[in-house]
Design a protein around this ligand. Structure first.
Ligand SMILES: [Zn+2]
Length: 246
């Protein structure tokens, strides 16, 4: 089994990824599962444990894992609670913008990017109004930008027949998923990430149309179409808490 290989388990409609670390020094056949402070899931397995043993151990504790990952995300998000007021920093395509809130009773809610500002115009004061306007804007941008990147990334993949059905759904622990039937689900918060990280997530999901599991063949595809995917992935992982802080 590949050390760097990523595996995953689905729970609550979300895919939770985990990394297996082989521990030859572990005498017992017991598999130990850790959720790191940053939300990464590490599975320590003795050398003798089969892939099946490991999967069974993870499945048996999937509810526990999900609870811990969700709690980490929530804790990280609460570390810097959003107030939806002027001066706050917001990300879009990997760049930081300063939020400017304008109240104009005669206007419909609107959000606009210009220079280093993300300007939200709302008809009435209050964080909830600003939040709603921002949510609608990010969702609309996600639909446009991610669909555009999907065309670019899938253009070179012979096994993808466009157009793919895509669904947008805000999720706590994952950026995207791909059903065996070829239906993509993408997290709209992904549009806050740098374009190269977006492309990595899209390629990852599109490779699942050919290789459903994180098999050796799956990583061969990733390596072939995006040799630097691991750097992009770690960049995305390190940004996760800011991107999911809404
Ligand atoms: Zn995957």
């Amino acid at each position: 089994m590949n050390e760097r290989a990523e595996h995953s388990v689905v729970y609550g409609g979300e895919r939770i990824r985990y990394v297996i670390r082989r521990r030859p020094e572990r005498k017992s056949r017991r598999v130990a599962i850790h959720v790191e402070p940053d939300g990464r899931v590490l599975v320590d397995a003795p050398a003798g444990a089969s892939a099946q043993d490991i999967r069974a151990a993870v499945s048996a504790r999937v509810r526990w894992i999900y609870g811990h990952v969700a709690a980490v995300r929530q804790r990280l998000a609460q570390a810097m609670p959003r107030e939806y007021v002027s001066g706050e920093s917001w990300l879009y395509l990997g760049r930081r913008y300063r939020l400017k809130v304008l109240v104009d009773a005669g206007q419909l809610p609107a959000v606009r990017l210009s220079g280093q500002y993300l300007t939200a115009t709302v008809p009435a004061r209050g964080g909830a109004n600003v939040r709603k306007a921002l949510e609608a804007w990010y969702r609309a941008r996600a639909k446009a930008v991610l669909a555009g990147r999907l065309d670019v990334v899938s253009a070179s993949l012979r096994w993808v027949r466009a157009p793919l059905p895509v669904r947008f759904q805000a999720m706590k622990v994952q950026w995207g998923s791909c059903s065996p039937a070829g239906r993509l689900t993408l997290n709209p918060h992904l549009v806050k990430a740098p374009r190269e990280c977006i492309d990595y997530v899209l390629l990852h999901e599109l490779c699942h149309l050919k290789e459903h599991n994180h098999s050796r063949g799956f990583y061969r595809l990733l390596d072939m179409y995006m040799p630097q995917w691991q750097q992009r992935k770690s960049r995305l992982d390190s940004l996760a808490e800011s991107l999911l802080n809404f």
